[in-house]
Write a protein that binds this ligand. Structure first.
Ligand SMILES: C[S@@+](CC[C@H](N)C(=O)[O-])C[C@H]1O[C@@H](n2cnc3c(N)ncnc32)[C@H](O)[C@@H]1O
Length: 258
C-alpha cells in the first residue's frame, strides 16, 4: 500500500477536503498509460491554487468534450474505475465522466478503458465538490454516482465526509431536472448521514420506496434503495462484506427547478 499523506490543509480552501493524496509512485505501466492515454481520456483542468483545485472560470462543456449530445453519468471518487469502465462499455449510447484525485487509479481507469475500447469516457483529476460547483455546466448531468466514499468514521474526522450538509445543493446543481443521484456505502452511520442530508435537501426526493417495490421484501419500510444493478463489486464493497458490514444503496431524484 502506498503511504498516505494528508494533503496540506491549504488556507485558501474554505472546507476540509474529503481525501488524502497518496504519495505512492505509479508503476511503469501506469506512467506509460498516463503519457499515452491522457490526451484521449483526461480533461485538462485549469487550476486555481491547489493541484487538485478547479479554476472558478473553467468549464467542461460535454458536447465539446464528447463530440455529441448524450446523457452524462458522473462518478465521484471513481477509484480504480471498475464501475465506470464497465458502465461505459455496456452503454455506448451514454457518456461518462470519472472524477478522482488518486492518480494511480486514474491511470488504471485509462488502461482498462483503452483495453475495453471505451471512447465515451473522460476523466477529471480534481476535487469533486469543485467539479460539481463550477466545472460542470448547471443541469448537465443525467446521473451522479457516489459509491463507497471515504467513510471518515472517527467522529473528529466526520467533517471531512463528502456527503454532508450542502452536498445536495452541489449535486443538485450539476444534475438535470429528473436526474438521478445514486450512492452506496458499507458504513451504517454514513448511510444514515447521507439519508438525513439528502432527505433534507430541497433539490431531491427519494427515488426508493420499499412499500411499493416487491424486490424489497426484506426492507418493507423502504429505508434503503435496492442495489443498483449497474454497480459492479469493487474491493471496497468486498472489504465491507468481509468485515460483516451491510451494504446500503440510496437513490434520489432531482426535483424540477422552480
Ligand atoms: C473508498 S474509495 C472508493 C472507490 C470506488 N468508488 C469504489 O467503490 O471502488 C473513495 C475514492 O474517492 C476518492 N475521493 C475522495 N474524495 C474525493 C474528492 N473530493 N474528489 C475526488 N475524489 C475523491 C478517493 O481518492 C478514493 O479513490
Amino acid at each position: 500500500m502506498p503511504e498516505e499523506l494528508p494533503e496540506a490543509e491549504p488556507a485558501f480552501r474554505k472546507q476540509p477536503v474529503s481525501f488524502v493524496r497518496r504519495s505512492g509512485r505509479m508503476s511503469e505501466a501506469q506512467d506509460r498509460a498516463w503519457a499515452e492515454l491522457a490526451p484521449q481520456y483526461l480533461f485538462d483542468v485549469p487550476r486555481d491554487v491547489a493541484s487538485t483545485s478547479v479554476h472558478p472560470d473553467a468549464r467542461l462543456v460535454p458536447a465539446e468534450v464528447y463530440g455529441r449530445e448524450a446523457p452524462l453519468t458522473v462518478e465521484i471518487g471513481s477509484g480504480q474505475g471498475h464501475a465506470i469502465v464497465s458502465a461505459a462499455t455496456a452503454h455506448p449510447e451514454r457518456d461518462f465522466l470519472a472524477v478522482e484525485v488518486f492518480r494511480a487509479g486514474l491511470a488504471r481507469t485509462m488502461l482498462d478503458a483503452d483495453r475495453a475500447g471505451a471512447r465515451n469516457l473522460r476523466l477529471v483529476e480534481a476535487n469533486a465538490p469543485e467539479v460539481l460547483e463550477t466545472l460542470l455546466p448547471e443541469g448537465s448531468a443525467d446521473e451522479v454516482w457516489v459509491f463507497f466514499p471515504d467513510p471518515w468514521h472517527k467522529s473528529r474526522h466526520n467533517k471531512r465526509r463528502l456527503v454532508k450538509e450542502g452536498f445536495g445543493a452541489l449535486a443538485g446543481r450539476a444534475l438535470r431536472d429528473g436526474g438521478v443521484l445514486r450512492l452506496a456505502t458499507d458504513w451504517e452511520d454514513y448511510a444514515l448521514q447521507m439519508r438525513e442530508v439528502l432527505d433534507g435537501a430541497p433539490e431531491f426526493e427519494r427515488a426508493f420506496d420499499g412499500a411499493s417495490d416487491p424486490d424489497q421484501a426484506s426492507d418493507p419500510d423502504g429505508d434503503w434503495a435496492p442495489r443498483f444493478e449497474g454497480r459492479v463489486m469493487t474491493a471496497f464493497e468486498r472489504k465491507g462484506l468481509n468485515k460483516g458490514r451491510d451494504i446500503r444503496d440510496l437513490t434520489y431524484r432531482r426535483v424540477p427547478r422552480g
